[in-house]
Ligand binder design. Structure first.
Ligand code: PEP
Ligand code: MN
Length: 263
């Protein structure tokens, strides 16, 4: 069902006036984690001012260490909803428990399935059982074929509103947090009709190369970019080293837009 051979036309995901897929690339931005109402609101105000229409923010955080901040859970989704309503933004947040998939639609516009859960088949089946759009991240060590098969689970369950996002894969290279697989973009676009995005934060882990990597992704045909933005990254409860602060985000947007690849 995910294959271009089955469906020639690009799948599009309509989020209010924003359309993901089918031509005009979008920028999705926001904090790694929803930490408080004030922090989320400060990020949202900056995103709105920069012309962003879709905000991300994690409430259920899949952390490597059990002692790290685990997210605010449902309270985080509630904050996201309240802030998004104030600024007229659409929202994306990760869901990790199949039991939360239906409930999520009350709070957010897009359910993210994270890299660590790309092959959580019960979660994929639950995502296939709702109408909420799904943002599926490529697994840390998933091949393109495994990635597409994970998406297939969601479509096979009856939900065709699926977006794919390349977020870097594990290689021997240590200069970046993960290795951004730019070649995945044109391959996924050829193989599938689903929108393809690139997460420049978790792939690179490096603020100094996020803008060129975003431009490369767009030049390769990506339908959108995801980037993490925090009003005060120094005190962020997750991914403090790689979230852009607001002036950095403004420079990032200006740089990416100067390429003419993002409106
Ligand atoms: C995230 O986007 O919040 C995240 C945890 O990313 P990933 O699943 O790609 O590691
Ligand atoms: Mn993060």
């Amino acid at each position: 069902l995910v294959s271009r051979r089955v469906r020639k036309e690009d799948t599009t995901i309509q989020l209010g006036s924003t359309v993901i897929g089918g031509g005009r690339p979008v920028m999705i931005a926001g904090p790694c984690s929803v930490e408080s109402y004030e922090q989320t609101r400060a990020a949202a105000a900056a995103l709105k001012a920069a012309g962003v229409t879709v905000m991300r923010g994690g409430a259920f955080k899949p952390r490597t260490s059990p002692y790290d901040f685990q997210g605010l859970g449902i309270e985080g989704l509630r904050i996201l909803k309240e802030v998004a309503a104030e600024f007229g933004l659409k929202t994306i947040s990760e869901i990790v428990d199949p039991a939360h998939v239906e409930l999520a639609a009350e709070y957010i516009d897009v359910i993210q399935i994270g890299a660590r859960n790309m092959q959580n088949f019960e979660l994929l089946k639950a995502a296939g059982g709702v109408k909420t759009p799904i943002l599926l991240k490529r697994g840390l060590a998933a091949t393109i074929d495994e990635f597409l098969n994970a998406a297939e689970y969601i479509l096979a369950g009856g939900n065709s509103q699926v977006m794919l996002i390349e977020r870097g894969i594990r290689t021997y290279e240590k200069a970046t947090r993960n290795t951004l697989d730019i070649s995945a973009v044109p391959i996924l676009k050829q193989e599938s009709h689903l929108p393809v995005l690139v997460d420049v934060t978790h792939s690179t882990g490096r603020k100094d190369i996020m803008a060129p990597c975003a431009k490369a992704a767009l030049a390769a045909g990506a339908d959108g970019i995801m980037v993490e933005v925090h009003p005060n990254p120094a005190v962020a409860l997750s991914d403090a080293a790689q979230q852009l602060d607001i002036p950095q985000f403004e420079r990032f947007m200006a740089d990416v837009r100067s390429s003419g690849l993002l409106k």
